[in-house]
Design a protein around this ligand. Structure first.
Ligand code: TZP
Ligand code: MG
Length: 221
């Protein structure tokens, strides 16, 4: 039985514009499943499931449900932290941090699935590329209250450095919102991972529309 063979890598675009991450505690009382439905309705193409305070079985149940609707919609579904859940539900990818298992070990487990790795400085970025990450997270660009024990802000200089030196897809993260996203774009940002500004919006579809309008204007100027 070969897990790696069984998985057919989909033609997934990780270098999307907005990369949405779940966080039920920031979702104004909505559950993750209904937030994901709204994200899909707003034409979001990459969604990461991230829940730091739920049990494994709760997460597995939610991810199983979410996977059904992301599959139907052709949306890339990435799991934060839990390689076992990613494998159990046949997720498109896994996102890991600096303190997690080495990329080489994760690769042995997940085969051709997407591996994303959080990085906070150039050394970590170069190592992630060498070790075979499919994309890197770049941040935290700004201060954020969303993540506990968050690393010091890496600032705009780091995203700029990545844009000039790293050839695999990268996703800016940390404190990005509608107000400051153009600044991140001007400093080399192409994909933007967000939690609170999106899932914490009353009208998620409208929020995504106005962020996209800003990004499009930024691209033209
Ligand atoms: N990793 C670095 S910052 C962060 C994560 C998961 C939190 C991002 O959340 P927000 O609300 O978009 O600042
Ligand atoms: Mg992690």
């Amino acid at each position: 039985y070969n897990l790696e063979k069984e998985f057919q890598k989909r033609d997934v675009a990780i270098d999307t514009d907005i990369y949405c991450i779940t966080g039920e505690e920031f979702s104004l009382g909505r559950d993750n499943l209904s937030v994901v439905k709204e994200l899909i309705d707003a034409d979001i193409k990459v969604i990461q499931y991230r829940e730091k305070n739920k049990s494994k079985s709760e997460k597995l149940k939610e991810c199983t449900e979410i996977k059904q609707i992301t599959d139907k919609a052709g949306v890339t579904f990435i799991i934060n932290d839990d390689v076992d859940i990613a494998m159990a539900i046949k997720a498109d990818g896994i996102h890991i941090g600096q303190g997690d298992m080495p990329i080489s070990e994760v690769r042995r487990l997940v085969g051709k699935r997407i591996i994303g790795v959080s990085t906070h400085n150039p050394d970590q970025a170069m190592k992630a590329v060498r070790d075979g990450a499919d994309y890197i997270g770049v941040g935290p660009v700004f201060e954020t209250k969303t993540k506990s024990n968050v690393e010091a802000s890496a600032g705009l200089d780091y995203i700029k450095w990545v844009s000039e030196n790293i050839t695999i897809p990268y996703v800016a993260i940390g404190g990005i919102n509608e107000e400051n996203i153009l600044l991140v774009q001007r400093n080399g940002g192409k994909s933007f991972a967000m939690i609170s500004d999106i899932v914490g919006s009353k009208d998620i579809k409208h929020k995504i529309k106005s962020i996209r309008a800003k990004l499009n204007i930024g691209e033209m100027s």
